[in-house]
Design a protein around this ligand. Structure first.
Ligand code: ZN
Length: 530
């Protein structure tokens, strides 16, 4: 349980005058105490792959997620991200003497739901505790967290790596308040001062601590993906990593494969994107193996990941839990969750992503991969299900959602929730293809128009005369013309080279601007040519 990561470095925001300015000299900011890393650019190349193969990594993750409440955890200040510096503050979140915290019920509900969704046991009584440490962006001089009586314990997350399901234990989920934000650069005098914005102070967080069950960066990546997805599905957190709503630290050690004991663990901080998580873990695992192979010893320490270099560097030797002088928070009563409240929260949970994936495979016959893509977000899964229902052809609906729709959304930088084509409209388009009223080719022409003009497929098809021609009578003339105009191919076909029919069909399709029903055209050719 480490201190909240305070290493997010922002640039000077507008209204910077309202920031608190603190001199750097005399204050240990952790980051300034950073040690230059050993040059290791060629580490992986220099280490023989056979050496690396003899080791396995042991990884546990600590994930901090900001709960999606409108107000802070112990006061009524808004949690909005974009407010000018030091404006969303009051005596409670400024830590002024005599101010008393009042627990936000909405934050508790989201935390309990997160605990349930991560398959944890929820304690009937949990307790807040003070975690004492000094930092300029922590005006109280302590964080209100939970220690020996956390809200939720003993859960798990199932991940799928290389087609194999693995269960990763969740040790605990506890609630805590966030610190403010230190801004170390972006100002003219950033070489001498750091700035503090306390808008974030008192924002509700949950910390999700995993068991050391992951054995490589791929598993850690899959675990964080699943946790993020679950929290988003239940709307406990937006998990917007760019805004710091989801932050991740890792405990990493390596050991020889088959060894019973864990190696010395290093805490790696600042893993604030999925890419950084993977890069930092790969780097750190290689560094530790290299160190052990060369006869060295891994130091128990906290290391900071530097995204610019892709390396981790020592930040400070690891604090021990007792350094924080945890004790029960005297200003808050124990948190009691009644059985009735718990049941009510459990009943309010939506279908979770893992269950949804299984159902998409079982009910709609989708491949695992498609089910995974379509359940990546709750919005995507709901969009797909509506389109599937309206179309009556789930597989084709899945292809359209994953292909044309997601492609166009991506090109315009839009989320599925902002799609100009509603799920029902896409479903109608798929239905027209499914029933043979539109060819796939015509649908591909119509869809971009639906996207840009916001009209229904049938409307566009009607207006532009793009209906599929399935009427044999209307196609007879076209077939006759093609046969008359291509005597050589007709002769080849009759001579036994039946693949030439594709050429003739192509001609017929061209003559009808792609509107002819291919199946009908093929049938007519075969009939005519014997
Ligand atoms: Zn406040």
């Amino acid at each position: 349980m480490a201190a909240i990561t305070r290493t997010t470095q922002g640039t000077a925001p507008a209204g910077a005058a309202a920031l608190l300015r603190l001199p750097l000299n005399g204050l240990n900011f952790g980051i300034s105490a950073m040690v230059t890393p050993v040059p290791t650019a060629t580490m992986e190349e220099s280490m023989s792959s056979s050496a690396a193969a003899r080791y396995e990594a042991v990884i546990g993750l600590e994930v901090h997620a900001q709960l999606a409440t409108a107000t802070k955890i112990f006061c009524g200040c808004p949690t909005s991200f974009a407010a000018p510096p030091n404006t969303n503050v009051c005596p409670v979140c400024l830590g002024l003497p005599g101010a008393l915290p009042v627990l936000n019920r909405a934050a508790v509900e989201l935390a309990v739901k997160a605990g349930l969704a991560l398959h944890c046991d929820i304690r009937a009584q949990s307790r807040f505790a003070r975690k004492n440490y000094f930092y300029p962006d922590l005006p109280k001089g302590y964080q209100i967290s939970q220690y020996d009586e956390p809200l939720a314990e003993r859960g798990y997350v199932d991940i799928v790596v290389d087609g194999r399901t693995k269960r990763i234990g969740v040790t605990r989920v506890h609630m805590e308040d966030d610190a403010g934000k230190s801004i170390h650069d972006g100002f003219k005098d950033s070489d001498r001062y750091s700035y503090v914005d306390l808008n974030r102070s008192g924002t509700p967080l949950i910390e999700i601590v995993s068991e050391p069950d992951m054995r490589g960066s791929g598993e850690a990546y899959a675990y964080l993906t699943e946790v993020k997805q679950v929290l988003q599905f239940i709307e406990a957190s937006t998990c917007d990593m760019e805004k710091g709503h989801l932050r991740c630290d890792a405990n990493v050690s390596v050991r020889l494969k088959g060894a019973a004991e864990f190696g010395t663990k290093v805490e790696v901080k600042n893993l604030n994107s999925f890419r950084f998580l993977k890069q930092a873990l790969d780097y750190e695992i290689a560094r530790q193996v290299e160190l052990l192979e060369s006869g060295g010893r891994v130091m128990q320490e906290t290391r900071l990941y530097n995204p610019d270099t892709g390396e981790t560097a020592a930040m400070r030797s690891k604090e021990h839990a007792h350094d924080y002088r945890y004790f029960p928070e005297p200003d808050l009563a124990p948190l009691r969750i009644s059985a009735a409240w718990l049941a009510q929260l459990r009943a309010s949970l939506p279908e979770l992503p893992a269950r949804k994936r299984e159902r998409f495979v079982a009910d709609y016959g989708l491949p695992e991969y498609d089910a995974e893509v379509l359940t990546a977000t709750r919005a995507a899964s709901e969009y797909f299900e509506t389109a599937a229902r309206v179309s009556g052809n789930p597989k084709m609906a899945a292809n359209w959602v994953m292909g044309d729709l997601m492609g166009m959304l991506k090109a315009e930088g839009k989320e599925i929730a902002e799609s100009p084509v509603s799920a029902a409209r896409l479903g109608e388009l798929v239905k027209l293809i499914s029933t043979g009223e539109l060819s796939g080719k015509l649908a591909k022409e119509i869809f971009p128009k639906m996207f840009s003009q916001g009209q229904a497929a049938a409307e566009i098809a009607e207006r532009e005369g793009l209906k599929q021609i399935s009427d044999t009578g209307a196609l007879e003339k076209v077939i006759e013309d093609v046969i008359a105009g291509n005597p050589k191919q007709v002769e080849q076909y009759r001579g036994g080279k039946t693949t030439v029919i594709n050429f003739l069909v192509g001609r017929a399709m061209k003559a009808t601007r792609g509107q002819a029903n291919v199946a009908v055209v093929i049938g007519l050719f075969k009939q005519r040519l014997g």
